[in-house]
Design a protein around this ligand. Structure first.
Ligand SMILES: C[S@@+](CC[C@H](N)C(=O)[O-])C[C@H]1O[C@@H](n2cnc3c(N)ncnc32)[C@H](O)[C@@H]1O
Length: 483
């Protein structure tokens, strides 16, 4: 039996990410985990000093703290999509439930009460607001808040009304939770490496003989203040998300392939901590290859444009160019990656065909397009390919710029129109002052002469010219007569 490459669960909030869903082998999860971590103990700094784009695609371990990271990121930039990954499907279902509960709760207190199955009085609510912070970036203990947090935690559990039956039902919790003045004590044999932990609302520090504390980190991250929470509620509903079940050593390479032209933010929680990489060589190799992909530049491909976020306690070395708070990257992406980023943005997981007229490219690429989800063919085979398969998108990749005569090129474009596909045309610009492409360019009007008015036109800069290439997209209704 062939093992599924990735399991993609349907999302329950936001919109399904068709690019990831279509290209990641959608199959049903059959993993047998029964429980996991209801909250987290990671420490996060989500600040970004610079980014090459205003939109990031977040690939993230699906532990509950990823919500804190998201709050920090959306405070600074836009998220194009989020792909949550975990090898424990229970953990992803739990995250889905947390997101849904967050969206459905009217305010932070309602959310807290729903997550902990706890009713709070006004006095505790008032005390909790004293922990508010102006912004969501840091999620880590603050020394001078320690005592206050301990005291609020104790009051919250002694004075609040905890519904144990509801809690066990809500989380299919295999053992009975035990209310203490340090938080809710859970002894769970089947929760990864940790068999017992304290679930806390406000408290974040741990005394020597205490079990691990997995905290809500009230007053930080997405719970920093009511405005941050409300903005998070609103943004989650509009996020494009997918949930991928599997070991990240297997799933990350595939996701990097699918999203290789996107600026990526990667959240690893503490998975690559030495404690784990020492036990699992595959994790060590995985982190090494992440670091390589994040730093390599042409002629090595893919050139990933990536910011890496680890649990701060893991003290992992992040390559300079992938540090969120690092200085500006010295080596920009190549012309190829910059251009393909624009093309990839038009694809969104639709089945498509890349058409070229340089057989060497197809041979060098082993017959596999560098664009996610696209088939590859020489323009001479276009007729055969259009007869044997249906494509939602046809991408004509610099055919005139590689010597194709105008009449043959126009005829190929017209075949595309008759097939009813969305057409993407990339060509060198005749007016560019880049010497490398002199005499090889055409004008957008040349394309309009064949295909009519475009839906969009994008200029793509090169190293020496602001307008090296242009990318035109045509959505032609099937009934339109071909000129
Ligand atoms: C390493 S665990 C530890 C708990 C963590 N300190 C926290 O606060 O959540 C973090 C998350 O990573 C997931 N995980 C661990 N190793 C993984 C792997 N190789 N692939 C995918 N997910 C993994 C776990 O299921 C869990 O949800």
């Amino acid at each position: 039996m062939q093992l599924p490459e990735l399991d993609v669960l349907n999302c329950e909030w936001g919109a399904t990410d068709s690019l990831v869903t279509r290209n990641a082998n959608v199959v049903v999860a059959d993993n047998a985990w029964e429980f996991g971590y209801l909250l987290s103990n990671d420490h996060i700094d989500s600040r970004i000093r610079h980014t090459t784009s205003d939109e990031l695609s977040l690939i993230a371990i699906g532990n509950p703290h990823v919500l804190h990271l998201i709050a920090g990121l959306i405070h600074q930039t836009r998220l194009r999509r989020v792909v949550f990954c975990d090898f424990n499907p229970w953990q992803l279902h739990h995250l889905q439930r947390m997101g849904t509960t967050l969206i459905e709760s009217n305010d932070r207190f309602e959310f807290l009460q729903n997550i902990f199955c706890l009713k709070l009085n006004d006095r505790i609510r008032q005390q909790l607001t004293t922990l508010d912070r102006p912004e969501p970036f840091l999620v880590k203990p603050k020394w001078n808040e320690r005592k206050r947090r301990q005291q609020i935690e104790a009051e919250l559990w002694t004075q609040g009304r905890f519904d144990e039956t509801q809690f066990q039902r809500q989380y299919q919790c295999p053992t009975r939770p035990n209310v203490t003045d340090k938080g809710l004590h859970l002894a769970i044999p089947n929760a990864g490496d940790i068999s017992e932990y304290l679930l806390s609302v406000a408290r974040v520090d741990r005394r020597r003989n205490d079990p691990y504390i997995f905290s809500f980190f009230w007053g930080q991250g997405y719970l920093a203040n009511e405005d941050v929470f409300q903005s998070m509620r609103h943004q989650l509903q509009n996020l494009t998300v997918s949930f991928v079940v599997g070991d990240i050593c297997r799933t990350l390479p595939k996701l990097f392939e699918i999203l290789r032209y996107e600026p990526i933010a990667l959240w690893n929680s503490n998975v690559f901590k030495v404690h784990f990489t020492r036990q699992h060589l595959s994790l060590l190799k995985c982190y090494e290859s992440i670091a390589r992909f994040a730093t390599q530049r042409a002629p090595s491909y893919p050139e990933l444009d990536m910011l890496i976020f680890n649990d701060l306690r893991a003290k992992l070395e992040i390559p300079k160019s992938a540090r969120p708070l690092g200085k500006l990257r010295r080596r920009p992406l190549s012309n190829h990656s910059r251009t393909f980023r624009q093309v990839a943005r038009q694809l969104n997981g639709e089945p498509g065909l890349e058409i070229v007229n340089v057989q060497d490219w197809i041979d060098q690429d082993g017959g596999v397009s560098k664009l996610p989800g696209l088939d590859y063919c020489h323009v001479d085979q276009l007729d055969d390919r259009l007869v044997s398969s249906e494509f939602g998108i046809l991408f004509f990749h610099i055919l005139r710029g590689h010597g194709m005569p105008g009449d043959e090129w126009a005829s190929a474009l017209r075949k595309g129109v008759s097939s009813g596909a969305k057409i993407i045309v990339l060509e060198h610009f005749a007016g560019s002052n880049d010497r490398d492409i002199q005499g090889l360019g055409i004008d957008p009007n040349d394309v309009r002469t064949v295909l009519g008015e475009e839906k969009s036109l994008k200029w793509i800069p090169g190293d020496r010219s602001e307008k090296r290439n242009f990318l035109m997209v045509f959505e032609i209704p099937q009934a339109t007569p071909v000129r």
